[in-house]
Design a protein around this ligand. Structure first.
Ligand SMILES: Cc1cc2nc3c(=O)[nH]c(=O)nc-3n(C[C@H](O)[C@H](O)[C@H](O)COP(=O)(O)OP(=O)(O)OC[C@H]3O[C@@H](n4cnc5c(N)ncnc54)[C@H](O)[C@@H]3O)c2cc1C
Length: 381
């Protein structure tokens, strides 16, 4: 019998994925690339939540505060980005804005600059290069920055990407690999029978069966029943962003300054981020946050005062108490999680997808088991 669209939709997929943010979509793309039939269930529009709202900083070193599993995870993912971005461009012809631009961390006082330099010592021991910057060196790299800055640090290997373009490309590439996306599918619970995940139940009462279930529902993960996780394991941490535009890009690097970071785009837009607020699922952009971000940003880059104000938005980082993601198999057989990536979900997408693919297919994990233990969904917190 020929495989019609209707019969394909009725087949039991190898993998059902809940959520079409970056995590759900990249896991779908990765698994479909390894021969799996994958269906992604999305309650609204693929990519519409945190993943498209992100600034797109790939700050494996700028965001690293201590040696350990999280730093190793971030470095492993950053190392995969150039190939990942190139593959997406090849598959879709969409420029995902991947730029190996480097990240600067800057400060107004000499004391803070020395603290930054001291903090970077452990990275040096780990073999991760960074360049200490005097005010003169800083001005050479970025002449538009405030002359009041006392210097900083340059992380050459950190990069950036444009999340909206990345999500569009990833969605198209996943479709081309045969992934089915079902919009408007609101998952209520994972169906568990005999201590094994068998599928999911939607809010209209229907049951969708699958051989494996991957939950990648971002900040809404803990609202889904049947995961076997304590209440509030993943909660929303709101971040607000202001987008400005100048006639030409004022920066070549991403700049982390006191109170704000600045992310340049090639077309002259500059993103200013971001707040960190625990306000539940309140989506408002607030006057106070916009004011504070603009004050901090114009102190770092005075020329931004002349920029056009283009947009503001907010969304929710999936936060966990220990600030580590939940990635991999759970204690319920055939149920996997890819969630809780908090501030670094865009950066961590390629390695997370590989971990999930290896777990679902029973392959060797791409990271040492001792590191992966830190991200085990049921770990004690
Ligand atoms: C302001 C801001 C700036 C950021 N900047 C960066 C950055 O520079 N670099 C970086 O690496 N990271 C950044 N992040 C973090 C990053 O955006 C997140 O870690 C990442 O996007 C999380 O991806 P996700 O797929 O888990 O979640 P999401 O993108 O939120 O996707 C989850 C999806 O699941 C769907 N869903 C939820 N519940 C259900 C259900 N019951 N049934 C069906 N579908 C459901 C949702 O509709 C949504 O589409 C930033 C985040 C914010 C908010």
């Amino acid at each position: 019998m020929p495989r019609t669209a209707a019969s394909v939709a009725q087949e039991i997929p190898d993998v059902l994925i809940v959520g079409a943010g970056i995590m759900g979509t990249i896991c779908a793309w990765e698994l479909a690339g390894h021969g799996c039939k994958v269906t992604v269930l999305e309650r609204s529009v693929p990519g519409a939540e945190a993943s498209s709202a992100a600034a797109g900083i790939l700050g494996a070193q700028a965001e690293a505060h201590a040696p350990g599993p999280m730093t190793e995870l971030c470095l492993a993912s950053r190392a995969r980005y150039a190939k990942f971005a190139a593959t997406l461009v090849k598959e879709t012809r969409i420029d995902v804005g991947y730029r190996e631009c480097g990240v600067l961390q800057v400060a107004f006082t000499r004391q803070t600059v020395s603290e930054l330099t001291r903090k970077a010592l452990w990275q040096k021991k780990r073999g991760l290069p960074s360049e200490p910057l005097t005010p003169r060196a800083l001005a050479k790299y970025e002449p538009t920055l405030s002359p009041k800055l006392s210097g900083g640090l340059r992380f050459t290997a950190d990069a950036r990407v444009e999340p909206k373009a990345l999500l569009r490309a990833l969605h198209i590439a996943a479709l081309q690999r045969g992934v089915i996306f079902r919009r408007g599918s609101f998952v209520r619970r994972v169906v568990v029978e005999g201590e094994r995940a068998r599928g999911v139940a939607l809010d209209d009462g229907s049951i969708l069966r699958a051989h494996n279930v991957v939950v990648a529902a971002g900040s809404w993960t803990s609202l889904i029943d049947g995961l076997g996780l304590p209440t509030g394991r993943v909660i929303p941490a709101r971040g607000q962003i202001v987008e400005l535009e100048l006639p030409a890009p004022p920066l070549s690097h991403v700049v982390f300054g006191p109170g704000a970071y600045l992310v340049p785009r090639d077309d002259g837009r500059v993103l200013i981020g971001s707040t960190l607020e625990f306000v539940g699922y309140e989506r408002e952009v607030t006057a106070g946050a916009v004011r504070d971000l603009l004050v901090q940003a114009t102190a770092i880059l005075p020329g931004l005062a002349q920029a056009a104000l283009r947009a503001t938005w907010s969304n929710f980082r999936p936060y966990t108490k220990d600030e580590l993601p939940l990635i991999g198999r759970t204690e319920i057989a055939r149920l996997f999680l890819a969630t809780g990536h908090y501030r670094n979900g865009i950066l961590l997408a390629p390695i997370s997808a590989e971990i999930i693919r290896a777990a679902v297919l029973g392959e060797r994990a791409p990271l040492a088991a001792a590191w992966l233990e830190a991200f085990r969904p049921e770990r004690a917190v």
